[in-house]
Design a protein around this ligand. Structure first.
Ligand code: FES
Length: 98
């Protein structure tokens, strides 16, 4: 489980935190990653001058725009989940013996 926490304080809200959350939600809407990402909001992270502030687990990310944040989300969060999915055995398929 990956926890993504987005600051919804007034400064981040004005910079596009809501739009960024909507983009994250769209990425997760397919159901493929259901239950693997917890998306939360938080009060001011006291980094208002840094951009739209959010966290991937304990890592703080500051994005200048919602679009930039969405790109980081795709590469970091979805990238990790896609790698994990590739390592999972497919049900009904036997492992090849060498
Ligand atoms: S409002 Fe987001 S860091 Fe302050």
């Amino acid at each position: 489980m990956i926890t993504v926490t987005v600051c919804v304080g007034s400064s981040c809200h004005i910079k596009g935190a809501r739009e960024m959350i909507e983009r994250f939600t769209e990425f997760l809407a397919g159901g493929e990653f259901e239950g693997l990402v917890e998306l939360k909001g938080s009060f001011c992270m006291e980094r208002c001058g840094e951009g739209i502030n959010w966290m991937i687990d304990d890592e703080i990310v500051s994005s200048p725009t919602a679009e930039a944040g969405a790109e980081v989300f795709k590469s970091k969060v979805l990238g990790v989940l896609n790698k994990a999915a590739k390592k999972r055995p497919v049900k009904g398929r036997k492992r090849r013996q060498s």
